[in-house]
Design a protein around this ligand. Structure first.
Ligand SMILES: Nc1ncnc2c1ncn2[C@@H]1O[C@H](COP(=O)(O)OP(=O)(O)OP(=O)(O)O)[C@@H](O)[C@H]1O
Ligand SMILES: [Mg+2]
Ligand SMILES: [Zn+2]
Length: 449
């Protein structure tokens, strides 16, 4: 018997090595290497070029691709207007976040023939979930299988327009000796599905688990193979779920879809601002409302800060939903440019509702919330605060100003603080009172009671 050759593969980036390594030289992660078999090179025949496959760009018909609506508006929005026929979409997320629920609901509301392949649950379990979600569609076929060759036969038989694979970590191609879930299998299975989708002509939705480090479906390499990568996320203690595009060959990656998880499944959240502000209490110190753009949509949310004296040791800085390093920068600006001595205080920062924001436009609200908590003065009622804070304490302009103002107006706020430089670009007259901001310290004085 020929000796099995072994290689070591980084589960994070797919880097391969002949010896085991503690630290990956490619992505610098620790303890990511695991043993896999070296696959024998299959004796592929030499391909001949078909000259008909070379096109002149100007002769290629550049029509918009056909999109299949999932029937779930928030899902379609994130996809860029629906599922492109022949595309491969990867949906990643933590265990139990609701991936199977989302794809099952989509399967039920799509106007297309769907083959739902599960490698994790039995057909019975899937059908119980479908019952709970009130999905009862003649066009949905179930298959509990993990062998991709058998799945291919099923695709031949059912001829679906959409194939759902739940999850990629359980699938395997028997020609490869490695176990399901290994980097080789995940990568090869995905490439295979991709190839099948483009040649036979159907779309694939692949469900993938996020590894402990937050990487989608194991290796990062997967993200390059597929057309679209969506991340389904949410805080365990909230019922909100956010679907976010990380990569999309057919749409904007800034779009998010917001859902709420109920007993009978996910419902779309049509007015996110109302939800994120619903538990607001006006006279609380350390709470400031701001407007963040999520894709093409403005969302009002509350920034909450809690500043407490440090009794011993280094002060703590803890953030939820906001970048930790950005907080450190803003604290330094507050200290140096606005005279707030924060080095002997712990600062806890939270974006209410469990949403994650990485937009500098909320900087000013963060600074104001911190100042409010430190000085024990609540912010004035009915104010929305907007602006990026520069290292000099200056307020820089933000994008989509009109949309943000409109959203604040819509929700009944009467005052909005915007960067001075945004003022001249305003075209529309608004009912809301607009105040301008030039530097952090003057804004804080204006807003705190
Ligand atoms: N009977 C139920 N009533 C209400 N909510 C439920 C019920 N069963 C499940 N859920 C909700 O659905 C979630 C699990 O959904 P789902 O199975 O779609 O997640 P998943 O991401 O596919 O999980 P996994 O990683 O295990 O495949 C649970 O965390 C819970 O919030
Ligand atoms: Mg599942
Ligand atoms: Zn690596």
């Amino acid at each position: 018997m020929a000796k099995q050759r072994i290689k070591y593969v980084c589960a994070n980036c797919g880097y391969e090595s002949l010896t085991w390594l503690g630290k990956c030289p490619n992505c610098n992660e620790w303890n990511t290497f695991s043993e896999e078999f070296v696959e024998a090179k299959s004796g592929k025949k030499k391909q001949k070029l078909n000259v008909d496959n070379i096109y002149k760009l100007s002769e290629v018909n550049g029509e918009e691709d056909v999109r299949i609506k999932t029937g779930i508006k928030e899902f379609d929005r994130v996809l860029g207007g629906g599922l492109i026929f022949g595309s491969v979409v990867l949906i990643g997320g933590d265990p139990g976040i609701g991936k199977s629920t989302l794809v099952m609901q989509a399967a039920g509301s799509m106007n297309a023939k769907v083959l739902y392949v599960t490698g994790e649950e039995s057909v019975k379990q899937i059908s119980l979930r479908a019952k709970r979600l009130k999905v009862n569609d003649e066009n949905v076929y179930l298959l509990s299988e993990t062998d991709l060759d058998l799945i291919t036969s099923a695709i031949d038989k059912v001829k679906p327009q959409i194939v759902i694979i739940d999850s990629i970590q359980t699938m395997y191609k028997p020609t490869f000796e490695n176990a399901p879930g290994t980097v080789t299998q995940i990568r090869e299975s995905t490439s295979y599905l991709m190839h099948l989708a483009k040649t036979i002509g159907f779309s694939v939705i692949i469900v993938g688990h996020v590894t402990k480090d937050g990487y989608l479906a194991g290796p990062k390499v997967l993200e390059h193979i597929v057309d679209t990568v969506l991340q389904f996320e949410g805080e365990k203690n909230y019922s909100y779920r956010i679907l976010r595009a990380q990569k999309n060959r057919f749409g904007n990656t800034n779009e998010i879809g917001i859902f709420e998880m109920h007993e009978d499944g996910l419902t779309e959240v049509k007015n996110p601002s109302e939800i994120f502000l619903s538990e607001r209490n006006d006279d609380l110190t350390g709470a400031v409302v701001t407007a963040s753009m999520e894709g093409t949509r403005p969302i009002l949310l509350e920034v909450q800060a809690l500043v407490t004296p440090t009794n011993f040791g280094n002060p703590q800085r803890v953030t939820t939903g906001f970048d930790y390093r950005r907080l450190s920068i803003l604290l330094a600006v507050l200290e140096k440019r606005a005279g707030f001595k924060l080095s002997t205080y712990n600062v806890f920062l939270n974006i209410a509702g469990g949403i994650k924001i990485d937009e500098p436009a909320i900087d000013l609200a963060v600074c104001t919330a911190i100042a409010s908590s430190l000085t024990n003065k609540p912010a004035k009622n009915n104010f929305v605060v907007l602006g990026e804070v520069g290292l000099g304490g200056e307020i820089r302009s933000v994008g989509h100003i009109e949309k943000r103002i409109q959203e604040a107006e819509k929700l009944g706020f009467t005052n909005i603080v915007i960067p001075q430089n945004n003022l001249k670009s305003l075209k529309r007259k608004s009912k809301i009172t607009i105040l301008t901001a030039e530097d952090v310290s003057s804004v804080i004085q204006k807003i705190l009671k």
